[in-house]
Design a protein around this ligand. Structure first.
Ligand code: VG1
Ligand code: CO
Length: 544
């Protein structure tokens, strides 16, 4: 065995987006493409010789090949040990958990999350730092800069490592330790939540739950915890076996892509509680019987009820939400007398607040919720948190949410996505809006008075780093809001996201369909940005 120093040339566009580098599998399969990016990661890090790296992914097509390449490059670059999930599998939150628990230097997570998988679909890679969370922007920028100047990478010519049996093996002076993908994570969940109480709830007569793993990474975790440790009947976890192409589906837990689950939950006599998670297990969708919980509301409800869970019995230090997420959580924070932070989109912006002990719960409107237990959003964690709340309150999901609205008011909320539009047209649309922000305040749009308009910029309150151009916000005098931003996770063209929110304090008006309750604002949002004229799209691709 020997280390090879292979000369290479930079590839264009190895720039990490909202959550790592995501490209088509065929792009990653080009000779040296993955190698270049992995070497760019290692070249941007310091002092890792002899330390531990964690490696795992969501099991999508190309996961196994990528793991082998990364192991051989980690050995050649001087890591002392790599912890890798069996079969190369670790959900994103489990990877975060393993990095923290074993004091690793960092980790490489292979996933394109909710994007489809397969030979012609998407693959992704991202680096997480020692706190278990996504690398902050200054680190990802250093990696991108390195990728543009790279001239060689280092790799051992050793044979492939057996990834399918738990245990230690040697790889050219480095130790590869294949670990059970679920064990560390399940043990952490058991410490945070009242498993006895949840077990009792699940054992009550006629109580049924359904969890849709969408043929993605959460299946083994959900089976081990929900069916194994908590006693839910076998079959409660649907689509539980991870597939390289997610069964041809779109592993995105929303009302559109988890339609079988939704159909089951809306059927007469359907389960009391339903949930789904995404490709890499960090997102969650929560459903009650014939009831959908908006992710923004889910964060607010969990925050308001957090102390029922043993891991949060002491209360919350603060709440953080991404800017486009509704202000429902802000109302809970105000009532609890704790701070609420508004950050740019992407979990990497929560890390400093969690590390500093300023926030305990975090959430994003994009079906992401999490806490200081790891440094990623965590789908199954949210499901267990909900089950703990249900077990403590013994009310239906719908009753809990409706009661929440009566107490705090309802933030009607919806996101409209225009996927795969022309990139130049999308940039132009955003630039035009950006120019308008200076002149919008004081204008009337429909029945709404514009009270504020800006391009969101964020100064991290912990480390002072500044991030600009994070979305155009138009605020109205009654607190309603429209936000526009372009996705940073897609791999084809551009995706425009439009986020619409309106606060309704009156409980007699809490039962409307959000699309109806927000209809005027939706029209304003379309007209203001001239979406149809600029993109050719009369309506959104996905509404959540
Ligand atoms: C989307 C979501 C964002 C989330 C990100 C990664 O980003 O909007 O809230 O953090 O995906 O989630 P964007 O830039 O496409 O809007 V995941 O589950 O894809 O890792
Ligand atoms: Co994800």
């Amino acid at each position: 065995m020997s280390v090879l120093h292979v000369s290479t040339q930079p590839f264009e566009g190895q720039k990490p987006g909202t959550s790592g580098l995501r490209k088509k599998v065929t792009v990653f399969q080009q000779p040296n493409y993955l190698h270049n990016f992995v070497q760019s990661i290692f070249d941007s890090l310091e002092g890792f010789k002899g330390t531990t790296l964690v490696v795992g992914g969501d099991g999508r097509y190309y996961n196994r090949e990528a793991v082998q390449i990364i192991l051989k490059m980690a050995a050649a670059n001087g890591f002392g040990r790599v912890l890798v999930g069996r079969g190369g599998i670790l959900s994103t939150p489990a990877a975060s958990c393993v990095i923290r628990k074993h004091g690793a230097y960092g980790g490489i997570v292979l996933s394109a999350s909710h994007n489809p998988g397969g030979p012609h679909e998407d693959f992704g890679i991202k680096y997480n730092i020692g706190n278990g969370g996504p690398a902050p922007e200054k680190v990802t920028e250093a990696m991108f800069a390195r990728s543009r100047a790279i001239s060689a990478y280092h790799i051992t010519d050793a044979a492939d490592v057996d990834l399918d049996t738990v245990g230690k093996r040697a790889l050219d002076g480095m130790t590869v330790e294949v670990i059970d993908s679920v064990a560390d994570y399940a043990e952490l969940m058991e410490r945070l939540f009242d498993f006895d109480r949840i077990r009792a709830l699940l054992a009550s007569p006629g109580y049924r739950i359904a969890f849709d793993a969408m043929s993605a990474v959460t299946g083994p975790y959900a089976r081990a915890i929900l069916e194994g440790r908590l006693g839910a009947p076998a079959g409660s976890v649907m689509r539980a076996d991870p597939l390289e192409d997610f069964g041809g589906g779109h592993p995105d837990p929303n009302l559109v892509y988890a339609h079988d689950l939704v159909e089951l939950m809306y059927r007469e006599g359907g389960p009391e509680f339903g949930a789904a998670s995404d490709g890499d297990g960090d997102r969650n969708m929560i459903l009650g019987h014939q009831f959908f919980v908006t992710p923004s509301d889910s964060l607010a409800v969990l925050a308001a009820n957090a102390t029922v869970a043993p891991g949060y019995a002491k209360g919350l230090a603060g709440i953080a939400r991404s800017m486009p997420t509704s202000a429902a959580a802000d109302r809970v924070a105000a009532k609890l007398g704790i701070d609420c932070y508004e950050t740019p989109t992407g979990w990497k912006f929560f890390g400093t607040l969690l590390d500093a002990g300023r926030a305990t719960l975090c959430g994003e409107e994009s079906f992401g919720t999490g806490s200081d237990h790891v440094r990623e959003k965590d789908g199954l964690w949210a499901v267990l948190f909900w089950l703990n709340v249900l077990a403590a309150r013994r009310q239906s999901v719908a009753d809990i949410v409706r009661e929440h609205w009566r107490t705090y008011g309802r933030n009607y909320y919806s996101r409209h996505d225009y996927e795969g539009i022309d990139s130049a047209a999308a940039e132009e649309l955003m630039d035009t809006l950006r120019r308008q922000t200076g002149t919008l305040v004081g204008k009337k749009l429909g029945a709404y008075d514009v009270a504020s308009a800006d391009d969101f910029a964020y100064t991290d309150p912990v480390d002072g780093s500044v991030t600009t151009k994070q979305g155009i916000r138009v605020g109205f005098s009654d607190g309603s809001r429209i936000v526009y931003r372009l996705s940073g996770t897609g791999t084809e063209g551009a995706t425009l996201r439009v986020y619409i929110e309106r606060y309704e304090p009156d409980p007699s008006r809490h039962d409307d369909d959000p699309q109806v309750a927000l209809a005027d604002l939706i029209t304003i949002a379309r007209d203001l940005a001239e979406i149809e004229r600029r993109t050719g799209r009369p309506k959104p691709t996905v509404i959540t």
